[in-house]
Design a protein around this ligand. Structure first.
Ligand code: SAH
Length: 219
């Protein structure tokens, strides 16, 4: 077992050098988080040896764990500080939540599919991520009681920028969300300051759909 975890540690190192640093991700805390979090535990046993590949993988319920690079890119775009409180919509496997939890003060994450929520909760508890708070609900409405957040990340594709999430940002807050149709999206970054909202396009991406009140309908 010791050998096994060493093997995966080496694969993580290689992943960070070949897929992440080589493509321009430079934030040291993001790179350290990707080196620390055991991504292979966030996929089924049958897929473990593929966990550090340059692609997304299925996690059941027709959902996916994102490609490592997109996790790194979105996390860097959030410009997290160690005192920040972060909201994630779309817990899925819990991998992105773990990455955020390595960097920020507290992570609030919402998943709508009960089986994924339960599985992620079990794993994140086992890995002792005590600064992650989880909820099984429709995340498109945000998490009013815990708002405002310094950063919000949506890990499913939205038809429009969810207004409710923009409203739950602090002044100085950052929101990263894939916006587009059900086949492809643009990664949009919103920053909020005293004067209002600023929007930048970080480029094309492809996510499973965000389903809910301010997202797509179920079918
Ligand atoms: N961040 C995840 C990626 C999960 S894929 C990871 O690291 O593994 C996107 C997830 O968003 C899916 O699990 C899907 O069920 C969830 N999702 C879609 N719409 C949602 C909504 N309105 N609220 C909460 N979760 C949602």
């Amino acid at each position: 077992m010791e050998n096994e975890s060493l093997k995966y540690e080496r694969q993580r190192d290689e992943m960070v050098r070949q897929q992440i640093e080589s493509r321009g991700i430079i934030n040291p805390s993001v790179l350290a988080a990707l080196r620390n979090v055991p991504r292979h535990l966030f996929v089924s046993e049958a897929l473990r040896d593929q966990a550090y590949g340059d692609f997304p993988l299925p996690i059941g319920e027709q959902q996916t764990i994102s490609q490592p690079f997109i996790v790194a890119e979105m996390t860097q775009a959030l410009e997290l500080g160690k005192d920040d409180r972060v909201l994630e919509i779309g817990t899925g496997s819990g991998y992105q939540a773990a990455i955020l939890a390595e960097i920020a003060y507290r992570v609030y994450t919402v998943e709508r599919i009960r089986s994924l929520f339960l599985q992620a909760r079990k794993l994140l508890d086992k890995l002792k991520y005590h600064n992650i708070v989880m909820r099984c609900a429709d995340g498109t409405v945000g998490w009013e009681d815990e708002s405002p957040f310094d950063a919000i990340i949506v890990t499913a594709g939205a038809p429009i920028i969810p207004e409710s999430l923009v409203n739950q940002l602090t002044e100085g807050g950052r929101l990263v969300v894939p916006v587009g149709n059900q086949h492809s999206q643009d990664l949009i970054k919103i920053t909020k300051d005293r004067r209002g909202i600023h929007q930048t396009n970080l480029g094309g991406c492809r996510f499973v759909k965000l389903v809910g009140k301010h997202g797509w309908s179920e079918s």
